[in-house]
Design a protein around this ligand. Structure first.
Ligand code: AMP
Ligand code: ZN
Length: 116
């Protein structure tokens, strides 16, 4: 389902430009506009889900698909062995700014834990 005024729904529909690195019938992966690491890719479901907080059992398959796609992209782009970080910011304290669920895939530098 597409939600009006959702920027990531528009990216999934090809209505606003993005630099896509992968897409299939379930998800689209594209470079983040404001990269926080040498590699910073966002992976979104084509069907709108507000956030992880709003996901339910009906979203189980696409959620699994997003994570497996992140791992596949990491292997394809050659940074899996060095390592990477996968992040799903959720709601206000989690730092979520775009309310269409997305997985951040970050790589190309070491990351500290816990994050700030
Ligand atoms: P979050 O803060 O977890 O909701 O992440 C939203 C991310 O979307 C941020 O890293 C933004 O830089 C990124 N972003 C926002 N608009 C766009 C866009 N049009 N194309 C690519 N990335 C975007
Ligand atoms: Zn959306």
């Amino acid at each position: 389902m597409k939600v009006d005024d959702c920027i990531f729904c528009k990216i999934a529909a090809g209505e606003i430009p993005s630099t896509n690195v992968f897409e299939d019938d379930v998800c689209v992966a594209f470079n983040d506009l404001s990269p926080q690491a040498p590699e910073h890719i966002l992976i979104i479901p084509r069907d709108h889900i507000d956030s992880l907080d709003k996901a339910d059992a009906s979203n189980k398959a696409p959620l699994g698909h997003l994570l497996l796609t992140a791992a596949e992209i990491a292997r394809e782009k050659g940074f899996a062995e060095n390592g990477y970080r996968v992040v799903i910011n959720t709601n206000s304290d989690g730092g979520q700014t775009v309310f269409h669920l997305h997985v951040h895939l970050l790589a190309g530098r070491p990351f500290v834990f816990p994050p700030g």
